[in-house]
Design a protein around this ligand. Structure first.
Ligand code: SF4
Ligand code: SF4
Length: 306
């Protein structure tokens, strides 16, 4: 038991440290660090004022909307995917970190039936395709100069359709900004302005709040449910993940596959590890949390690079 606990800490402690470190680094403008032009494929918020590193998908949407080919975010996605696969999802992404914390609220998680899981993983690709399509059409309308009325009718939604409803924007930007405004109102002891502020909240705000509540609730019952089924960043990285230098390898002589399956049980992304090749595998859903590596008592699984 003690040994199992020790093993479990092998990669998980550095991973937690990395997630905490990046959580603060990404918001380090608050400590006086200057914002940088770096973008990463992580789900952050386009509206967080205290961010040092940008969200690649948010920049991609803005550039497409302006009729600019999104070189910078595409290069960021490609470089990260080729060298690290989806590892940024479990070592860097602040929204992934939040989900990992939420999953600790329940000891027993809900198992999604394999068939349902197999179908639901495609939702994130559909979200990605819709987002890119809307922004690209907006950009084409701008460049061609036709249909500009339609373009303006889409308003903020056309500019960044994903961020418009993203739970990360609600969690990391809208709610903190509201809390700040609420604090100022409290300091000024202006009860009327507080009540006025609450009553003037738009329908859009409540829609965003419901989306966030559903996503958070799901993450408590189903670990990494947002990453598995809905995240468009995860979708783009998943498309590229199998070309990654980083991968996992399973030793045939050490793996007690017939009696064990511990690695499969512990995997938050439901990767069918035991059905994958013995030699290097880089499944599109794997986020390289390395829980399977830590939990394997015979040390049959290990990361491999390249
Ligand atoms: S899949 Fe999860 S961890 Fe990866 S970018 Fe999306 S929210 Fe973050
Ligand atoms: S296969 Fe292993 S490293 Fe990949 S997500 Fe599952 S537990 Fe994490």
């Amino acid at each position: 038991m003690e040994n199992a606990k020790k093993l479990l800490m092998r990669f998980q402690t550095p991973r937690w440290i990395s997630q905490i470190f990046f959580f603060f680094l990404l918001n380090a403008v608050i400590f006086g660090v200057l914002p940088s032009p770096i973008v990463l494929p992580i789900l952050h918020s386009s509206g967080t004022p205290q961010r040092t590193i940008g969200d690649a998908l948010a920049v991609m949407q803005e550039q497409l909307y302006q009729g600019i080919f999104p070189w910078l975010p595409l290069v960021a996605f490609l470089l990260v995917a080729i060298f690290l696969g989806r590892a940024t999802c479990s070592w860097v992404c602040p929204y992934g970190f939040v989900q990992d914390i939420l999953s600790y609220f329940r000891r027993r998680h809900t198992e999604v039936a394999p068939r349902t899981h197999g179908q639901m993983i495609y939702i994130k690709y559909v979200i990605l395709a819709i987002v890119v399509l809307i922004c690209a059409v907006m950009g084409i309308l701008l460049i061609s100069g036709i249909g500009l009325g339609y373009r303006s009718a889409f308003g903020e939604f056309g500019e960044a359709p994903f961020n418009f409803l993203s739970p990360a924007d609600t969690l990391f930007a809208i709610l903190p900004n509201m809390a700040l405004n609420f604090r100022y109102a409290l300091v000024e002891q202006s009860v009327n302005s507080i009540l006025g502020g609450i009553s003037s909240l738009s329908l859009l705000f409540w829609v965003r709040l419901v989306i966030l509540a559903v996503v958070i609730g799901l993450a408590v019952y189903v670990p990494r449910s947002w990453c598995r089924y809905f995240c468009p960043h995860g979708a783009l990285l998943a498309l590229l993940n199998r070309f990654s230098f980083l991968g996992l390898k399973r030793e045939a002589v050490s793996c007690t596959r017939a009696t064990c399956r511990e690695c499969v049980k512990v995997c938050p992304m439901k990767v069918p590890i035991l059905d994958l090749p013995w030699e290097k595998f880089a499944d599109s859903e794997c986020i390289y949390c390395l829980k399977c590596v830590d939990t394997c008592s015979t040390r049959a699984i290990r990361p491999t690079f390249p």
